[in-house]
Write a protein that binds this ligand. Structure first.
Ligand code: ZN
Ligand code: ZN
Length: 257
């Protein structure tokens, strides 16, 4: 049994064949999928999917790319939608200083605010950090993110940051890029992070693992990421599947449905 801890099933890339995608995930042993609605137009679609698929859960929030869209209505709407019992975390929130699709000062402000909102809602957070490791860490500390806990998704920083996040009770989620040929440095870091703190994810439709790199990503491919984690750590695939599933269900507070 596996869990895809982070995918975007509400994105247009899955519009045509969502049912087949979810079916293939089941056939590959992916028991649960956590789908992340990153902006207003996607939140209700994410809930439509979770309401019609008992093995899919939702994560809602405003992605750093979309934070300029936040207005007076945004947080009240999100607060309401997050009461839905299929919503298991708040996110993805954080900082993206690589693509910089939103001004940095707005990203910083909205990241802080949304951690506060997640704490108020009693939900763990899913953090997006791209080329903003130091700032992410500082905000997690200053906003007391240890009180809600959560996941650093698509982890891409060094071991030191992983360690600081684990000390705050955060899990580290590994994407398909661990399978890439040039990811030797990243694999060394994953080797050092204890299995008890790891999750696996696709971030589908993005970041497709080998041997499918270049194609659209989908939850069934999380198997290739878990396989690589097993190889890197020199342990069995079954052990990686078992522990990362347990970790995901723990952090998201899911006991099966
Ligand atoms: Zn992300
Ligand atoms: Zn994502």
């Amino acid at each position: 049994m596996l869990v895809d801890s982070h995918a975007h099933l509400e994105m247009p890339e899955f519009k045509k064949d969502l049912e087949a995608v979810i079916q293939r995930a089941k056939e590959s042993g992916v028991e649960y999928i956590f789908t992340v609605g990153t902006e207003k137009k996607d939140w209700r679609r994410a809930l439509e999917i979770t309401h019609s698929h008992p093995t899919v859960f939702a994560i809602l929030g405003v992605h750093p790319h979309n934070v300029t869209e936040i207005d007076d209505q945004t947080y009240p709407i999100l607060k309401g939608l997050c009461q839905d019992e299929t919503v298991k975390a708040y996110g993805e929130i954080g900082l993206d200083f690589f693509r910089n699709l939103s001004p940095r000062d707005i990203q910083l402000k909205r990241f802080r605010e949304q951690i506060g909102l997640a704490r108020e809602l009693g939900l763990p957070i899913v953090v997006h950090d791209r080329e903003a490791h130091q700032e992410t860490l500082e905000i997690l500390k200053s906003e007391k993110a240890d009180e809600c806990g959560g996941i650093i998704h698509c982890f891409s920083a060094g071991y030191e940051m992983a360690k600081e996040c684990m000390d705050m009770g955060f899990y580290i989620s590994i994407p398909g890029s661990i399978t890439f040929k040039n990811a030797e440095g990243f694999r060394e870091i994953v080797k050092k992070v204890p299995l008890e703190s790891l999750l696996v994810e696709t971030d589908a439709p993005f970041l497709t693992p080998e041997p499918f790199r270049g194609k659209r990503n989908e939850p069934s491919y999380v198997r290739h990421t878990a396989q690589k984690v097993a190889e890197v750590k020199g342990i069995s695939f079954e052990r990686v599947a078992e522990v990362t599933t347990e970790n995901a269900l723990t952090v998201y507070g899911v006991n099966g449905r």
